[in-house]
Write a protein that binds this ligand. Structure first.
Ligand SMILES: *[C@@H]1O[C@H](CO)[C@@H](O)[C@H](O)[C@H]1NC(C)=O
Ligand SMILES: *[C@@H]1O[C@H](CO)[C@@H](O)[C@H](O)[C@H]1NC(C)=O
Ligand SMILES: *[C@@H]1O[C@H](CO)[C@@H](O)[C@H](O)[C@H]1NC(C)=O
Ligand SMILES: *[C@@H]1O[C@H](CO)[C@@H](O)[C@H](O)[C@H]1NC(C)=O
Length: 346
């Protein structure tokens, strides 16, 4: 494309661009969209044709700047902000997105009430700070909450009360313990996605909402599951418990025999046998365990015209298996397998 047609294209799409700014596809709006809007503090950019956004990311800020009324999308990531004063957001009670990733904010430096007036907040990104507990209470309008890479050890259940629209909750790389999250997620009626990887959990969280579809708990110390854990999560499709301490005795018979599950990752645990899974499972990751036996009964109870395993990817490498461990009639049961890895790496 010639420079001229590029220019014409950017003029044609220019008016639409503003609506598509998000944190992931960030372009410097000040350069692209002309002079800054009238209400902006000097350190930040407020694009003229996206007047509800204020970009203050990566400006070396030590505190939250003054924010003019009307701002709905506030980008404060990659600064050295250490504290949030109670009145910091008094002008912007209508704020929708607040991005605070990569700052130095500790829980003790968030004044009480700082978030109280943000009644329309939908997205709060607070990763890579120094929080030891979640900020809040937060507005019931919240949809996405990310607090990755902090030092959070507990989530008081009352702090999560009424967050009925929270869909996606990212808590990986914290210091959560089993006791510290009792009841924390129970009332989150819309929760689809929960990531609690890289914490200090000994068990999967008890009392989860039925809405959960993706539960990621890699890199904890989980050693066992409750027998009816998955039965209580009828929408669960993706379960990851890789890099934990699961043994055969910690896995009750039939616990994974639920038809909703599409993907199960149990790699890097201490299993000695292949757990029984439902016919509908498509991806099963069991690499680097202690497995020495390949039993088709784990996948197919019955084999027939309509009864076979839907597994597409099965990884068993890094166990005590070789090609000769695979039963000769494997293809009657695993009819759809596109990947079957058994070679031992030890
Ligand atoms: C609120 O807005 C006014 C007018 O734009 C500004 O002078 C003041 O500093 C703002 N306050 C805060 C806390 O942002
Ligand atoms: C939750 O989301 C629904 C649908 O988008 C919306 O109508 C409702 O007002 C939201 N609830 C809160 C408390 O914001
Ligand atoms: C697994 O589930 C199927 C039907 O969903 C059932 O027929 C079978 O008995 C179950 N197996 C176990 C061990 O619970
Ligand atoms: C065989 O497959 C059918 C259809 O998917 C299913 O309804 C039935 O429960 C299966 N039988 C067993 C014993 O799993």
């Amino acid at each position: 494309m010639s420079p001229l047609s590029l220019l014409i294209l950017s003029i044609l799409t220019g008016s639409a661009l503003g609506q598509y700014y998000d944190y992931g596809s960030y372009l410097d709006p000040a350069h692209l969209l002309g002079p800054p809007g009238p209400n902006c503090v000097e350190e930040c950019d407020c694009p003229m044709n996206f007047p509800s956004a204020m970009y203050c990311d990566g400006r070396g800020l030590k505190s939250i700047p003054s924010i003019a009324p009307g701002i709905k999308y506030l980008y404060l990531q990659n600064n050295q902000i250490e504290e949030i004063k109670a009145g910091a957001f008094d002008n912007v009670t209508d704020l929708r997105w607040l991005i605070l990733d990569n700052n130095r904010i500790a829980s003790s430096k968030v004044e009480k009430g700082a978030f109280d007036k943000l009644a329309s907040l939908e997205r709060l990104l607070f990763s890579y700070n120094e929080l030891t507990e979640p900020v809040g209470p937060l507005a019931k309008s919240l949809i996405e909450l990310k607090m990755i890479g902090n030092k959070i050890s507990k989530i008081p259940a009352e702090m999560m009360l009424g967050l009925e629209n929270l869909t996606s909750f990212h808590l990986q790389e914290n210091e959560l313990t089993t006791e510290g999250i009792i009841g924390a997620f129970e009332g989150l009626k819309s929760l689809h996605y929960l990531d609690i990887s890289q914490n200090k959990l000994g068990k999967l969280p008890a009392a989860m909402p039925k809405s959960v579809q993706m539960l990621y708990a890699d890199n904890n110390n989980i050693d066992s599951l409750l027998k009816d854990y998955l039965e209580k999560l009828p929408q669960l499709q993706y379960l990851r418990i890789a890099h934990n301490a699961l043994t055969d005795s910690g896995i009750p018979a039939g616990v994974f025999n639920v038809s909703s599950l599409i993907e199960l990752d149990l790699s890097f645990n201490k299993l000695e046998s292949i757990p029984e899974v439902n016919e509908n499972l498509e991806n099963l990751y069991l690499q680097v365990n202690d497995i020495s036996k390949f039993d088709l009964g784990s996948f197919c109870k019955v084999i027939g015209p309509v009864n076979y395993s839907k597994l597409r990817h099965l990884r068993l490498d890094g166990n005590h298996l070789t090609r000769s461990s695979v039963p000769f009639d494997v293809s009657n049961c695993l009819r759809q397998a596109a990947e079957l890895t058994v070679e031992s790496t030890d």
